[in-house]
Design a protein around this ligand. Structure first.
Ligand code: MN
Length: 251
């Protein structure tokens, strides 16, 4: 079996993460060889059209705001499971293998009824998390720039007011779900929440940014203090990527 480049990068990321998290004593040479460790073996791709994207940084890159162990479980276990379940669900419908997750979620009525709930939950989980890793960065935080900065100020008065409303909505989302900044059907920016892994796309909204308020996203470090997690999260927000998503939404 030959490794594709993305697999290699993925294994490299996983190995580096394990080492920097203090999970093993490997030397720098081992990192360069990127030999599969038991940890990276567990997150090997499952068969099917949908693939788990590698984290774009190391597990510990978002510390102290999000800890390495949370990132590792969140990406390697939770997100990986959504991808596996999604692949399993579409395996008996070959036509669906050519449909993007986004398009499936935009019109779930076109998804065969026997797998509709599975696609809603796991397709949503896959798409939401694929965005989530990208809109965070170890170089994140600070003030938004570009078109999204102007749009936020116009819609919410100030960035601080926007953050306060976003945090409030996230704190009030009962149970598991997401808090979002979306571009709604009328073309306006709006703060919304969804339950479970439901995607804003299913409501006709474009998700510009979202924060995961499932307990698995914060419980190891913050326990029940979701509000503290919501507040700390702004330190890792990748505004450049969010601006790109906004420009795509309005384009
Ligand atoms: Mn999650």
């Amino acid at each position: 079996m030959t490794l594709k480049r993305r697999d290699f990068l993925y294994l490299l990321t996983a190995s580096v993460g394990a080492i920097t998290a203090g999970a093993c004593q490997a030397s720098g040479n081992n990192v360069a060889q990127a030999s599969p460790s038991p940890k990276s073996t567990k997150v090997a791709q499952t068969p099917g059209p949908f693939t788990l994207p590698p984290l774009p940084y190391e597990y510990n890159a978002l510390e102290p705001h999000i800890d390495a162990r949370t990132m590792q479980f969140h990406h390697d276990k939770h997100h990986a499971a959504y991808v596996k379940n999604l692949n399993d669900s579409v395996s008996k419908y070959p036509d669906l293998k050519n449909v993007t997750v986004e398009n499936m979620l935009k019109d779930l009525s076109k998804v065969p009824e026997d797998i509709r709930t599975t696609v809603r939950n796991n397709g949503g989980g896959h798409l939401n998390h694929s965005m989530f890793w990208e809109i965070m960065s170890p170089k994140g935080g600070g003030e938004p720039t570009g078109a999204i900065a102007a749009a936020i100020k116009q819609s919410f008065g100030s960035v601080d007011d926007f953050k306060a409303k976003f945090n409030d909505a996230g704190a009030k989302r009962f149970g598991s779900g997401w808090v979002w900044l979306v571009r709604n059907k009328a073309g306006k920016l709006e703060i919304t929440t969804t339950g479970n892994q439901d995607s804003p796309f299913s409501d006709g909204n474009y998700p510009i940014m979202g924060n995961d308020v499932w307990e698995h996203a914060y419980y190891l470090k913050y326990q029940n203090l979701r509000a503290d997690y919501l507040k700390a999260w702004w330190n890792v927000v990748n505004w450049a990527e969010i601006n790109k998503r906004y420009e795509k939404a309005i384009g």
